[in-house]
Write a protein that binds this ligand. Structure first.
Ligand SMILES: Cc1ncc(COP(=O)(O)O)c(C=O)c1O
Length: 451
């Protein structure tokens, strides 16, 4: 059996300054010149070379709200999205547990894209064969990247909201004892990575901004891993409200909706197993076309943005930072800042999972669908979509009967995969989530010992 190349533990992903300084230096160099060097495992972090969280505070000329909207940027992670974090965490926990061994097991990654890219990348670095199971109708840049990193593709019919088919396919492939699934929708390393690493990075990200606290955290769940950062934020800032955003066209949490939509990476027609619904205060619906139009404004509408009063350098800098789900999160943050009537001292934190580099084809498609995407149209869109975004389609989920609705959705989605009612009921207690979270300490220790 080959030796497992261990990377950082959770603590080092949150605090990369704790990594041996020579290794960190080498890793930062590899991030620029040698993407497939396994030392890049040590670049799985929200922090830049100076150990600051990569983020942007959006200009108020764009958001039209007094509150500070702080967007954490996933672009700087190796492979170009933060989804590499859950992929690595799930694989390394499996290695620590002795459940996954190189040369013996093939890794399965059910995904709509970015998790698959992360799985393919991580398996390349750690010496595993990988198969990514995903719908056949996602942006073509995703398939290209997965193949570039070496994983095989196993495609199921459909697009974003057909992810359940990828799960069913994964369950079938798992019958082969050689296969191990990094099941992002149901395994808790995804929860642990985001609650510990993303959540505590968010706490740092707001230092020196407004009152230095977080009034609201917004995230559109795919697997709902990223949403788990909110659990940590609520612990640190008890007043923090958590909003789960969904496509208006596929409003599963809000009202069981199950339509097709264009926001790649989110709105997967389910309440995932790792979604702690106890902490979901609001469900907010975002129109998918607004996210694609909004992306067009940010990417191609520099002049329109400058006319709104945004500094040219900021408008230029923003061009590459977001994909449609990042725009979705920004629109959710604007809605929540309005809905909660937040002021200049208040911070809303949200996330850009990936960036523009995998959405050229989405822009080409938009250009084909619209007869006019001239400067004056982009200016109108900038105003309509960002500046004048309304606080409509915000549903308050703090009441017990609303939580019950989400628990019922979870049962509907997961009993069929063999989870018992008793297990699902145990998730109705905070203790369940604290217990899962506390395992971070065990894995921190074990990863260091085995390295
Ligand atoms: C582009 C994009 N945005 C958002 C998400 C949702 O993140 P999470 O799965 O942590 O809920 C994903 C997940 O793959 C994604 O690829």
């Amino acid at each position: 059996m080959r030796k497992i190349p261990f990377g950082p533990n959770y603590d080092e992903m949150l605090n990369p300054e704790k990594i041996d300084s020579e290794i960190r230096k080498e890793a930062l160099k590899a991030l620029k010149d040698s993407e497939l060097d396994p030392i890049n495992l040590f670049n799985i972090t929200w922090k830049d070379d100076n150990n600051n969280v990569r983020k942007i505070v959006l200009p108020k000329e764009l958001t039209g709200v007094d509150a500070n909207i702080v967007v954490m940027l996933g672009k700087g992670f190796p492979s170009g999205s933060h989804k590499v974090g859950p992929a690595y965490s799930t694989l390394i926990e499996g290695c620590v547990d002795g459940d996954i061994n190189p040369g013996e097991h093939t890794i399965l990654g059910p995904s709509t894209g970015n998790f698959g890219i992360g799985v393919s990348y991580i398996c390349n670095l750690m010496g595993y064969e990988a198969v990514v199971i995903m719908p056949d109708n996602m942006s073509k840049e995703r398939y290209e990247r997965i193949q570039k990193y070496g994983a095989k593709l196993d495609l199921t019919p459909g697009s974003e909201s057909d992810v359940i088919l990828t799960l069913e396919r994964t369950y079938k492939l798992k019958e082969n004892p050689k296969n191990r699934a990094l099941a992002q929708f149901e395994l808790f390393p995804n929860y642990r990575f985001h609650r510990y690493v993303t959540g505590n990075s968010a706490v740092e990200a707001v230092k020196g901004i407004g009152n230095g606290r977080v009034a609201c955290y917004c995230s559109a769940p795919g697997s709902a891993g990223t949403l788990a950062a909110g659990d940590e934020l609520k612990k640190v800032f008890p007043e923090c409200k958590i909003a789960a955003l969904e496509p208006y066209e596929c409003s599963t949490l809000a009202n069981g909706g199950r339509g097709q939509h264009r926001i790649e990476g989110i709105g997967d027609k389910m309440c995932t197993l790792i979604h702690n619904v106890l902490n979901t205060d609001f469900v907010v619906l975002i129109k998918d076309e607004e996210t694609v139009q909004g992306l067009k404004v940010i990417h191609d509408g520099t002049e329109a943005l400058v006319e709104l009063g945004i500094e040219r350098s900021t408008a230029e800098y923003m061009k590459e930072l977001f994909g449609p789900s990042g725009i979705c999160n920004i629109l959710g943050a604007i809605k929540m800042a309005k809905y909660l009537k937040l002021g200049p001292d208040d911070n809303v934190v949200t996330i850009a999972t990936d960036s523009f580099d995998r959405y050229n084809s989405v822009m080409e498609n938009l250009n084909e669908r619209y007869l006019e995407v001239e400067g004056f149209v982009l200016k109108r869109w900038a105003k309509d979509i960002f500046l004048h975004q309304q606080d409509d389609y915000v549903y308050d989920y703090r009441r017990k009967d609303h939580k019950e609705k989400l628990f019922n959705q979870k049962e509907k989605d997961w009993l069929k995969f063999g989870y018992t009612k008793e297990y699902l009921d145990s998730m109705k207690s905070e203790d369940f989530w604290e217990n899962e979270y506390s395992k971070v300490l065990y894995y921190n220790k074990k990863i260091k010992e085995l390295r």
